[in-house]
Design a protein around this ligand. Structure first.
Ligand code: FAD
Ligand code: 5PR
Length: 380
């Protein structure tokens, strides 16, 4: 008997690719994920997810696994020159912190349990609008839907020659996972709630910032930001003397970070003229890389992965291209908003004033991509 299931070929086994793969497989599709790296693992340190992506994790059945090793800190605190500007308790807003390896493992498990075939060491070199993917081996495959989830340097995107605008910021960041060392931190600053996320900003006389994010009981995610023009501030491994002179209360965890090589990432935003081309759709950083200010790069990647799977499932035979165009029309504005706000925060450093997650800056986080009625217009 021939396999009558619809087929999806996905380039990239990151957060976007694994989410789309799982959601499609759970809808009866035959799905292959091609990951260029030989090993399936997440690069990077920690991550914050909000309601929009937590809803997606629930919908694909990965909620309990994710919750088992992640946390919701009591507050999101902002300090400027060590003076508390705000402690946002984010009442009624779902958010969680975790390590990147934990999120990646959670998604890998969900994908495998849903029957997704994951091929490590498989590099995609391009795709065509009619659904043919080609690989570095010279082989090709045909699919009803091709997904480019291959990150900011996307080969699928580049092969389609979609016009793209890239905006680079002057700031960047080096990220680490280190032990919590909560007792030592408490000894240095007893009045501080060390379970909070604490965004330590210093603007004067020198721009240096540490974003302190507990990821679970044992692991701490710290991100050290400086302008790329500051050679000492952006050096890796970090200049321990410089960082502890500005943030003495973080000495125990900065010492741990200094023992790790680290890598400095410059912020960038990429905007595409369009996200789809025939049977090909782009999601995640390949379509909409953004500055990390609102912590929505992975969140919007997973959100768009999920809504894409739902839309593709509903597409009639021969109608995939039009379905994808309509999917982009409906889903893109809420991602564009997160990109614009993140770029604005990165450019202005307005987050240093506190109350970071209000108004338009919290809208994407509150979005529920699994609500079938989310696009209905209510006449009032
Ligand atoms: P990627 O994670 O880049 O995955 C792409 C995958 O495709 C990789 O595994 C890669 O190896 C593979 N690949 C690439 N090319 C090919 C090819 N040709 N063939 C096959 N496979 C290929 N987001 C949040 O939501 N919350 C945060 O707190 C947050 N913090 C951040 C902090 C920093 C400093 C930065 C830089 C980003 C942050 N982000 C955050 C953003 C987030 O990391 C990205 O948006 C997210 O990882 C994008 O996922 P993706 O799956 O689209 O791409
Ligand atoms: N939020 C998070 C983050 O990792 C960063 C930023 C905001 C969770 C940077 O790494 O503003 O740069 C930011």
């Amino acid at each position: 008997m021939t396999d009558s299931r619809r087929r999806a070929e996905i380039s990239g086994g990151g957060f976007a690719g694994l989410t789309a793969a799982t959601a499609l497989a759970q809808r009866g599709w035959k799905v292959r994920v091609h990951e260029r790296a030989r090993e399936l693992r997440a690069e990077g340190a920690g991550i914050v997810l909000w309601n929009n992506s937590l809803q997606v994790l629930d919908a694909i059945g990965a909620g309990p696994d994710l919750a088992s090793r992640s946390m919701t800190p009591p507050a999101y605190e902002t300090r400027m020159n060590n003076v508390i500007q705000s402690q946002e308790t984010l009442e009624g807003v779902r958010w969680r912190t975790m390590t990147r390896p934990h999120l990646h493992t959670t998604l890998l498990t969900a994908a495998r349990e849903s029957g997704v075939e994951i091929l490590a060491g498989s590099e995609v070199v391009g795709a065509t609008a009619d659904g043919v993917v080609s690989f570095s081996t010279g082989e090709t495959a045909e699919a009803d839907l091709v997904i480019g989830a291959d990150g900011v340097g996307s080969a699928v995107r580049d092969s389609l020659s979609i016009p793209m605008k890239r905006e680079r910021s002057g700031d960047g960041i080096t990220r680490f996972l280190v032990p919590r060392r909560k007792a030592e931190l408490q000894a240095l600053e007893p009045d501080t709630e060390w379970d909070n996320v604490i965004d330590f900003w210093n603007l004067d006389p020198r721009v240096l910032r540490v974003l302190y994010t507990p990821a679970n009981d044992e692991e701490l995610y710290i991100a050290l930001m400086s302008p790329s023009a500051d050679a000492d501030g952006s050096r890796v491994p970090i200049d321990l003397e410089l960082w502890t002179s500005v943030f003495p209360q973080l000495a125990p965890v900065l010492e741990a970070a200094a023992g790790i090589q680290g890598r400095y990432y410059g912020y960038q935003t990429t905007r595409l003229d369009h996200w789809t081309e025939g049977r090909v759709a782009l999601i995640g950083d390949s379509a909409h890389a953004m500055c990390p200010a609102l912590a929505q790069g992975a969140g919007t990647a997973m959100q768009n992965a999920y809504t894409l799977a739902v839309a593709a499932e509903a597409a009639a035979d021969g109608d995939m291209a039009a379905t994808l165009v309509e999917w982009e029309r409906l889903e893109r504005p809420i991602t564009d908003l997160a990109q614009d706000r993140s770029q604005w925060y990165a450019d202005t450093r307005e987050m240093a004033k506190g109350n970071q997650f209000v108004g338009e800056s919290i809208q994407t986080a509150l979005y529920n991509p699994t609500d079938p009625h989310r696009h209905e217009v209510h006449a009032s």
